[in-house]
Design a protein around this ligand. Structure first.
Ligand SMILES: Cc1ncc(COP(=O)(O)O)c(C=O)c1O
Length: 625
């Protein structure tokens, strides 16, 4: 009898300790999540679904910051001048865009999300610049009205060496494979060189070809799961890895993603989770996040205030990657560098070379296609193998009708061959220094002009930041366009330069950029008074949101309502304390929502983020030892 009691007691104690351990692990996971919606996908979606639409009427459009009447008049005059210039300069381009837009979902989306939604319709109707281009040449593109503009959009990062370079790769590549044409399923012989060269550049044994970056990431993750036998992936809050469900949880993805942890980057707690959990197959790193760890890439539709921050600290990020490398090796977790954006751009060997940290699996895409769509996965034989010698039915499938399409392989072949030419390789010498100098020049020119704008860079990638609280920073994209600078639809959140920009080209871009900022300043958009602060702006926008909720008769008026509290608690205790503790929805809600919308430069299909929601995290990350 006594023995039975002892056994029961021991069993209960064992069960309890298992439960306690699970609770501990769960709490540790909570701590490793960013204290924001970026780490809480379900909550983010719920908050997004509560965001009411409202917009400013004409009067409010010019005075949403309660500026005095004479400032509103300045702004109105400036706006009318711009609108008239746009009408004269872009008649054909904007008319054609309007015609196409009705049937083009992508265009409808991007034009709606260029600026914060309260201003969107008003701007859309009056400043239609259009999204139609006819040609490219050097560092410029030309629209259907024959306006030549400096390209600072960079084709989502594809354009690294200048459009003429890619036109050449595409044409010569096509010549190489013309006789084979569209035959799929077997390789054209150009592939042999492509594989060999990518192996050299990446330092990995094997290569697989896919049709897009998104698919390359899907395959990398699938391989990690297959070889580790574990279910979960770790991605860092805000990082974009394509739009496949598992790597894009939260707003924008209607399905619930169950096997992804969105953790804080540059965080000790995250390292602890990686050291202790047993279900993690891989960690995905997008090195562009080094500019804004834990925040989605900035887009102008998120420019609610001037809180956008960015700063690249190479030494701190290198230390972080080294720690990740160590823990991943110890725990046999696949460290995946997603170099689809930065690959070839920051160094010939991409982030692996730049930070001198070796990943287990690397994905490339964008520029590597020589102008055509592509995704590539590289890794050791062990990580890349898709079957097991001892269990023939246990395979890891990867398909794609157009994988290794002859025309893509032909252009890639040309791209890689050109990368052997000394004159091209010389572009990488002193690349960082060159772009640091150019960035400093732009910052100085803006400071001389006394406009509240500065830029931050990671090599040839820029983020424009604003130094005075304002609700109108997003207007700058329209002034820049008027000066003949072609930005992507996410506006000043990301400018991408190609390496064929000469000093003279760059000086001209600087001149135009400063002229645009000067004009915007003169038109009163950056007016502010003593009471202006980013916090005050966010609170004001919050009040507007709540008022819109109220008007719409929403039952859920404030997030501190019982329902929302319950939801928060169910999701994550620590986030709940953090969020519900504030007792009312702060304007952060608005930024949170957009945070998960984000991924500007990536593809035409992405949604813009709203930006620096997690300023505290950002600061913590910047201070990472
Ligand atoms: C880091 C990263 N990963 C994945 C992707 C997805 O690539 P794709 O748009 O070719 O599917 C992108 C696209 O921007 C990216 O920047």
């Amino acid at each position: 009898m006594d023995i039975v009691i002892v056994i029961e007691y021991a069993a209960s104690a064992a069960a309890l300790s298992v439960v306690l351990l699970q609770v501990k692990r769960r709490l540790e996971l909570s701590r490793a999540k960013p204290r924001s919606l970026a780490g809480h996908a379900r909550l983010a979606r719920r908050v997004a679904s509560l965001m009411p639409y409202y917009e400013y009427d004409e009067d409010r459009f010019f005075r949403s910051d309660n500026a005095p009447e004479h400032i509103a008049t300045l702004r109105r005059d400036g706006f009318l001048r711009l609108a008239s210039l746009y009408r004269q300069r872009f008649p054909e381009t904007s008319a054609m865009t309007a015609r196409v837009r009705t049937g083009a979902s992508d265009l409808q989306f991007t034009s709606a999300y260029r600026v914060p939604f309260q201003y969107s319709r008003y701007v859309r109707q009056r400043l239609p610049s259009g999204s139609m281009l006819m040609s490219s040449d050097g560092v410029t593109v030309r629209d259907t009205d024959s306006n030549a503009m400096y390209d600072v959009a960079g084709s989502y990062g594809v354009n690294l060496f200048g459009y003429d370079f890619y036109k050449d790769c595409m044409a010569r590549g096509a010549e190489r494979v013309r006789d084979l044409g569209p035959v799929l399923g077997a390789y054209h012989p150009v592939v042999a060189y492509n594989i060999e060269r990518i192996r050299q550049i990446s330092g990995h044994d094997e290569v697989s070809f896919h049709m897009s970056g998104t698919e390359a990431v899907m395959q990398a993750v699938r391989l990690a799961r297959y070889h580790t036998g574990r279910s979960h992936i770790v991605r860092f809050a805000g990082a974009y890895h394509g739009w496949w469900s598992d790597v894009q949880p939260g707003i924008g993805n209607p399905s619930t993603v169950r096997e992804t942890y969105s953790l804080a980057e540059m965080s000790e707690q995250t390292l602890h989770v990686l050291r202790t959990r047993r279900d993690i197959a891989c960690v995905l790193v997008n090195p562009i996040q080094a500019m804004h760890p834990n925040s989605a890439p900035p887009g102008d539709s998120a420019l609610v205030d001037s809180g956008r921050t960015a700063h690249f600290d190479r030494a701190a990020y290198t230390r972080w990657l080294l720690q990740l490398r160590k823990v991943c090796s110890e725990r046999r977790i696949a460290l995946i560098f997603d170099e689809i954006f930065v690959g070839f751009r920051i160094a010939l060997g991409g982030a692996q070379e730049y930070f001198d940290v070796r990943a287990d699996i690397v994905t490339y895409g964008k520029t590597l296609g020589g102008g055509f769509p592509v995704g590539v996965v590289c890794g050791s034989h062990a990580w890349m193998k898709r079957y097991r010698d001892d269990r023939p039915a246990d395979i890891c499938l990867a398909r794609g009708t157009f994988n290794a399409h002859p025309y893509v392989m032909g252009a890639m072949h040309e791209f890689l061959r050109r990368l052997e030419a000394p004159e091209l390789l010389r572009l990488y010498d002193g690349l960082d220094e060159l772009w640091a100098r150019r960035t400093a020049r732009m910052i100085a020119a803006l400071a001389d002009e006394q406009v509240p704008v500065r830029v931050e860079n990671l090599s040839s990638i820029w983020i424009v930041c604003y130094t005075r609280p304002s609700r109108y920073n997003w207007m700058l994209q329209y002034y820049l366009r008027a000066e003949g600078l072609m930005l992507s639809w996410v506006g000043t959140g990301r400018l991408i330069f190609s390496l064929n920009y000469s000093d003279a080209d760059f000086a001209e871009v600087t001149r135009r950029f400063v002229a645009a900022a000067r004009a915007m300043n003169q038109d009163g958009w950056w007016w502010s008074d003593q009471s202006s602060s980013n916090r005050a702006i966010r609170r004001q926008a919050l009040r507007e949101i709540l008022a819109a909720w109220w008007r719409k008769g929403s039952r859920l008026r404030i997030a501190s309502s019982a329902g929302m509290r319950r939801e928060l608690l169910a999701l994550d205790q620590f986030a709940a304390q953090e969020v519900a503790g504030r007792s009312v929805v702060q304007l952060d809600v608005m930024e949170w929502v957009s945070e998960d919308l984000g991924c500007p430069d990536q593809t035409g299909l992405d949604i813009p983020d709203l930006e620096q929601v997690h300023r505290t995290e950002q600061q913590a990350a910047n201070a990472y030892p």
